[in-house]
Design a protein around this ligand. Structure first.
Ligand code: 13P
Length: 220
Protein backbone atom coordinates (compact mmCIF):
# COMPACT_ATOMS: atom_id res chain seq x y z
CA UNK A 1 0.00 0.00 0.00
CA UNK A 2 1.44 3.40 -0.91
CA UNK A 3 2.19 5.94 1.81
CA UNK A 4 -0.17 8.94 1.63
CA UNK A 5 1.04 12.31 2.88
CA UNK A 6 -1.57 14.79 4.09
CA UNK A 7 -0.06 18.20 4.75
CA UNK A 8 -2.21 20.97 6.21
CA UNK A 9 -0.94 24.44 5.34
CA UNK A 10 -2.51 26.88 7.78
CA UNK A 11 -0.93 29.87 6.00
CA UNK A 12 -1.31 33.12 8.00
CA UNK A 13 -4.15 31.93 10.22
CA UNK A 14 -4.98 31.13 13.86
CA UNK A 15 -4.20 32.39 17.34
CA UNK A 16 -3.25 30.20 20.30
CA UNK A 17 -6.86 29.99 21.50
CA UNK A 18 -8.04 28.98 18.03
CA UNK A 19 -5.25 26.40 17.81
CA UNK A 20 -6.23 24.85 21.14
CA UNK A 21 -9.85 24.63 19.95
CA UNK A 22 -8.71 23.04 16.68
CA UNK A 23 -6.59 20.48 18.51
CA UNK A 24 -9.37 19.55 20.94
CA UNK A 25 -11.81 18.96 18.10
CA UNK A 26 -9.25 17.07 16.01
CA UNK A 27 -8.23 14.66 18.76
CA UNK A 28 -11.82 13.40 19.13
CA UNK A 29 -11.28 11.47 15.90
CA UNK A 30 -9.47 8.16 15.81
CA UNK A 31 -7.33 8.60 12.72
CA UNK A 32 -4.40 6.23 13.11
CA UNK A 33 -3.82 4.82 9.66
CA UNK A 34 -0.52 3.04 9.12
CA UNK A 35 -0.33 4.24 5.50
CA UNK A 36 -1.10 7.92 6.17
CA UNK A 37 1.38 10.55 7.38
CA UNK A 38 -0.23 13.69 8.77
CA UNK A 39 1.70 16.95 8.87
CA UNK A 40 0.46 20.33 10.07
CA UNK A 41 2.30 23.49 8.99
CA UNK A 42 1.16 26.31 11.28
CA UNK A 43 2.65 29.81 11.51
CA UNK A 44 5.94 29.95 13.49
CA UNK A 45 4.12 31.44 16.52
CA UNK A 46 2.09 28.25 16.97
CA UNK A 47 4.80 25.60 16.56
CA UNK A 48 5.62 25.51 20.28
CA UNK A 49 1.97 25.30 21.31
CA UNK A 50 1.26 22.47 18.86
CA UNK A 51 4.43 20.60 19.80
CA UNK A 52 3.29 20.58 23.46
CA UNK A 53 -0.23 19.43 22.56
CA UNK A 54 1.17 16.64 20.37
CA UNK A 55 3.48 15.43 23.16
CA UNK A 56 0.76 15.64 25.84
CA UNK A 57 -1.76 13.71 23.74
CA UNK A 58 0.78 11.32 22.20
CA UNK A 59 -0.63 12.45 18.87
CA UNK A 60 0.59 11.06 15.54
CA UNK A 61 0.64 14.53 13.95
CA UNK A 62 4.01 15.73 12.65
CA UNK A 63 4.91 19.39 12.37
CA UNK A 64 6.26 21.50 9.55
CA UNK A 65 7.12 25.19 9.19
CA UNK A 66 5.86 27.31 6.30
CA UNK A 67 9.19 28.92 5.51
CA UNK A 68 12.86 28.94 6.51
CA UNK A 69 15.58 31.55 6.44
CA UNK A 70 18.03 31.20 3.55
CA UNK A 71 20.70 32.12 6.13
CA UNK A 72 22.04 30.40 9.20
CA UNK A 73 21.66 32.00 12.66
CA UNK A 74 22.92 35.56 12.92
CA UNK A 75 22.03 39.16 12.16
CA UNK A 76 19.02 38.61 9.89
CA UNK A 77 16.15 40.52 11.47
CA UNK A 78 12.78 38.85 11.13
CA UNK A 79 14.08 35.52 9.88
CA UNK A 80 13.62 32.09 11.51
CA UNK A 81 16.49 29.73 10.78
CA UNK A 82 16.74 25.99 10.30
CA UNK A 83 18.33 25.30 13.68
CA UNK A 84 15.40 27.08 15.38
CA UNK A 85 12.79 25.29 13.29
CA UNK A 86 14.34 21.88 13.98
CA UNK A 87 13.49 22.31 17.68
CA UNK A 88 9.83 21.95 16.73
CA UNK A 89 9.42 20.53 13.25
CA UNK A 90 10.64 17.88 10.82
CA UNK A 91 9.33 19.43 7.61
CA UNK A 92 9.31 22.84 5.97
CA UNK A 93 7.28 24.22 3.07
CA UNK A 94 9.55 26.11 0.65
CA UNK A 95 8.74 28.21 -2.41
CA UNK A 96 4.98 28.40 -2.01
CA UNK A 97 3.48 30.45 -4.86
CA UNK A 98 2.24 33.00 -2.31
CA UNK A 99 5.85 33.57 -1.23
CA UNK A 100 7.03 33.77 -4.83
CA UNK A 101 4.25 36.24 -5.65
CA UNK A 102 3.96 38.49 -2.58
CA UNK A 103 7.51 38.30 -1.25
CA UNK A 104 9.45 38.12 -4.51
CA UNK A 105 11.11 34.79 -3.74
CA UNK A 106 13.49 33.85 -6.53
CA UNK A 107 14.75 30.42 -7.56
CA UNK A 108 18.10 31.39 -6.10
CA UNK A 109 16.57 32.04 -2.66
CA UNK A 110 14.46 28.89 -2.85
CA UNK A 111 17.53 26.75 -3.55
CA UNK A 112 19.35 28.39 -0.58
CA UNK A 113 16.35 27.57 1.61
CA UNK A 114 16.35 23.95 0.44
CA UNK A 115 20.04 23.71 1.33
CA UNK A 116 19.39 25.17 4.79
CA UNK A 117 16.58 22.69 5.35
CA UNK A 118 18.90 19.84 4.42
CA UNK A 119 21.62 21.13 6.72
CA UNK A 120 19.21 20.88 9.66
CA UNK A 121 17.59 17.62 8.55
CA UNK A 122 14.23 19.18 7.78
CA UNK A 123 12.42 17.58 4.84
CA UNK A 124 11.64 20.31 2.31
CA UNK A 125 8.15 20.33 0.78
CA UNK A 126 8.89 22.42 -2.29
CA UNK A 127 5.93 23.89 -4.13
CA UNK A 128 5.92 24.14 -7.92
CA UNK A 129 3.27 25.25 -10.38
CA UNK A 130 4.99 23.91 -13.49
CA UNK A 131 7.62 21.46 -14.63
CA UNK A 132 10.20 24.19 -15.34
CA UNK A 133 10.38 25.08 -11.64
CA UNK A 134 10.78 21.42 -10.74
CA UNK A 135 13.86 21.18 -12.99
CA UNK A 136 15.75 23.40 -10.52
CA UNK A 137 15.47 20.89 -7.69
CA UNK A 138 16.54 17.62 -9.26
CA UNK A 139 19.63 17.20 -7.09
CA UNK A 140 17.87 17.42 -3.72
CA UNK A 141 16.05 14.97 -1.47
CA UNK A 142 12.63 16.47 -0.97
CA UNK A 143 8.87 16.25 -1.40
CA UNK A 144 7.38 18.14 -4.34
CA UNK A 145 3.96 19.77 -4.05
CA UNK A 146 2.34 20.46 -7.40
CA UNK A 147 0.08 23.47 -6.88
CA UNK A 148 -1.36 25.01 -10.06
CA UNK A 149 -1.95 28.75 -9.55
CA UNK A 150 -5.57 28.75 -10.72
CA UNK A 151 -6.49 26.09 -8.15
CA UNK A 152 -5.11 27.77 -5.02
CA UNK A 153 -7.88 29.19 -2.85
CA UNK A 154 -10.28 29.27 -5.81
CA UNK A 155 -12.56 26.34 -5.08
CA UNK A 156 -11.58 25.19 -8.57
CA UNK A 157 -9.18 22.24 -8.25
CA UNK A 158 -7.18 20.78 -11.11
CA UNK A 159 -8.58 17.56 -12.56
CA UNK A 160 -7.14 14.42 -10.94
CA UNK A 161 -6.06 13.26 -14.43
CA UNK A 162 -4.11 16.44 -15.11
CA UNK A 163 -2.56 16.50 -11.62
CA UNK A 164 -1.54 12.89 -12.06
CA UNK A 165 0.03 13.66 -15.43
CA UNK A 166 2.06 16.50 -13.85
CA UNK A 167 3.10 14.29 -10.93
CA UNK A 168 4.21 11.64 -13.41
CA UNK A 169 6.28 14.17 -15.40
CA UNK A 170 7.88 15.51 -12.21
CA UNK A 171 8.80 11.97 -11.16
CA UNK A 172 10.51 11.44 -14.51
CA UNK A 173 13.02 14.14 -13.51
CA UNK A 174 13.06 13.94 -9.69
CA UNK A 175 13.00 10.82 -7.56
CA UNK A 176 10.58 12.26 -4.99
CA UNK A 177 7.07 11.85 -3.62
CA UNK A 178 4.69 14.30 -5.34
CA UNK A 179 1.61 15.66 -3.61
CA UNK A 180 -1.19 17.82 -5.02
CA UNK A 181 -2.44 21.12 -3.59
CA UNK A 182 -5.19 23.52 -4.68
CA UNK A 183 -8.78 23.51 -3.37
CA UNK A 184 -8.51 20.03 -1.85
CA UNK A 185 -11.56 19.10 0.27
CA UNK A 186 -12.95 15.97 1.91
CA UNK A 187 -15.21 15.67 -1.15
CA UNK A 188 -12.43 15.52 -3.75
CA UNK A 189 -9.41 14.20 -1.80
CA UNK A 190 -9.85 10.57 -2.82
CA UNK A 191 -9.99 11.46 -6.52
CA UNK A 192 -6.40 12.72 -6.16
CA UNK A 193 -4.92 10.18 -3.75
CA UNK A 194 -6.21 7.25 -5.81
CA UNK A 195 -4.14 8.40 -8.78
CA UNK A 196 -1.02 6.25 -9.29
CA UNK A 197 1.55 9.09 -9.38
CA UNK A 198 0.05 11.24 -6.59
CA UNK A 199 1.41 10.55 -3.09
CA UNK A 200 -0.78 12.86 -1.07
CA UNK A 201 -2.39 16.28 -0.75
CA UNK A 202 -1.67 19.77 0.59
CA UNK A 203 -4.94 21.36 1.69
CA UNK A 204 -4.88 25.02 2.78
CA UNK A 205 -8.30 26.39 3.72
CA UNK A 206 -9.78 22.94 4.39
CA UNK A 207 -7.09 22.20 6.99
CA UNK A 208 -8.21 25.13 9.17
CA UNK A 209 -11.39 23.33 10.17
CA UNK A 210 -10.60 20.34 12.42
CA UNK A 211 -13.69 18.38 11.36
CA UNK A 212 -13.02 18.91 7.67
CA UNK A 213 -9.33 18.08 8.04
CA UNK A 214 -10.21 14.88 9.93
CA UNK A 215 -12.62 14.00 7.16
CA UNK A 216 -9.89 14.57 4.54
CA UNK A 217 -7.65 12.14 6.43
CA UNK A 218 -10.41 9.53 6.72
CA UNK A 219 -11.26 9.70 3.04
CA UNK A 220 -7.76 10.07 1.57
P1 13P B 1 -6.27 25.89 -0.70
O1 13P B 1 -6.46 24.47 -0.27
O2 13P B 1 -6.88 26.88 0.25
O3 13P B 1 -6.70 26.08 -2.13
O4 13P B 1 -4.70 26.20 -0.64
C1 13P B 1 -3.83 25.35 -1.29
C2 13P B 1 -2.46 25.72 -0.91
O5 13P B 1 -1.93 26.73 -1.32
C3 13P B 1 -1.76 24.82 0.02
O6 13P B 1 -0.41 25.16 0.15
Amino acid sequence: MKKILIVGNWKSNKTEIETNEWFQRFTIYDLRFTNKEIIICPPFTLLSNLKSSILNHKSFIKLGAQDISPFDEGAYTGEVNGKQIKEFADYVIIGHSERRRYFGESEDIIVKKIEMAQKYELTPIVCVSDIKQAENYTRYTLIIAYEPLFAIGSGNPDTPENANEMAKKIKEIIDAPVIYGGSVTSQNVKSFTQMPSIDGVLPGKASLDANEFASIIEKA
